[in-house]
Design a protein. Structure first.
Length: 82
């Protein structure tokens, strides 16, 4: 009776180990396939060169170097002794 229980446990352990190994292999294969597909389509533009952006219907004003003092967001911070 003890041998049959031990044999059953050993069989279940082998099944569990093989199942875990199969899952690990599937995850590795999926990762390799995803990385290979992502890297296989090289773009015509070199990595350091950005493609020209499409023009929008309303151009934006360039950002100023500093904010105008008449803007209500500008606050004066007075630190005594400086």
């Amino acid at each position: 009776m003890a041998k049959s229980t031990r044999k059953r446990h050993r069989t279940l352990a082998w099944i569990a180990a093989l199942s875990v190994a199969a899952v690990v292999l599937l995850v590795i294969a999926a990762a390799v396939l995803l990385l290979r597909n992502r890297g296989s389509a090289p773009s015509a533009v070199p990595p350091g060169v950005l493609p020209p952006s499409s023009t929008t219907s309303h151009p934006h004003k360039p950002r100023p170097a500093s904010q105008d003092a008449s803007c209500p967001d500008v606050q004066l911070i007075n630190v005594p002794g400086t």
